[in-house]
Design a protein around this ligand. Structure first.
Ligand code: MG
Length: 161
């Protein structure tokens, strides 16, 4: 790789089920449903990890942290993000910025957005201005609209150090 800048995108979905913990953007959010997952089901972090890995053509999160491994059962996804970003740094790149979008019908996550930004930024050791978190509903359409699942998109830009 001889390019100074690399772009990556990520996408993730988790199914929602009653009575589980809902963890998004590194925060536990009070809600009647949570994500069904091998890890803590943090779709926003998983999309971000995939975008980081994708930017350097390093495969995907399932390749590095397989859901068949007991090591990752119930794991805090912030640990996966830290390990992913450490791999990026190890390749001589660092984050310019990340732009993340969460798609869910409920609950309203606006009150959590700033804390998600600072949490994700601090896990990666970057400035909070490098991490954008947005959220939208899909107008009650599709699986997010029916509150059957949560989805997230991530785009990142990396620069060679
Ligand atoms: Mg996932």
């Amino acid at each position: 790789m001889n390019c100074e800048l690399r772009i990556g995108n990520g996408y993730d979905v988790h199914r929602l089920a009653p009575g589980l913990k809902l963890t998004l953007g590194g925060l536990e959010i009070a809600h009647s449903k949570g994500c069904v997952a091998h890890s803590d089901g943090d779709v926003l972090i998983h999309a971000l990890c995939d975008a980081l890995l994708g930017a350097l053509a390093m495969g995907d999160i399932g390749h590095h942290f397989p859901d068949t491994s007991s090591e990752f059962k119930g794991i805090d996804s912030k640990i996966l993000l830290k390990r992913t970003y450490d791999m990026i740094l190890g390749r001589g790149y660092s984050l310019v910025n990340a732009d993340l979008t969460l798609l869910l019908q409920a609950p309203k996550v606006a009150p959590y957005i700033e804390q998600m930004r600072s949490t994700l930024a601090s896990v990666m050791g970057v400035g909070v201005d490098a991490v954008s978190v947005k959220a939208t509903t899909e107008e009650r359409l599709g699986f997010t609209g029916r509150e059957e699942g949560v989805a997230a998109y991530a785009v990142v830009l990396l620069a060679k150090n």
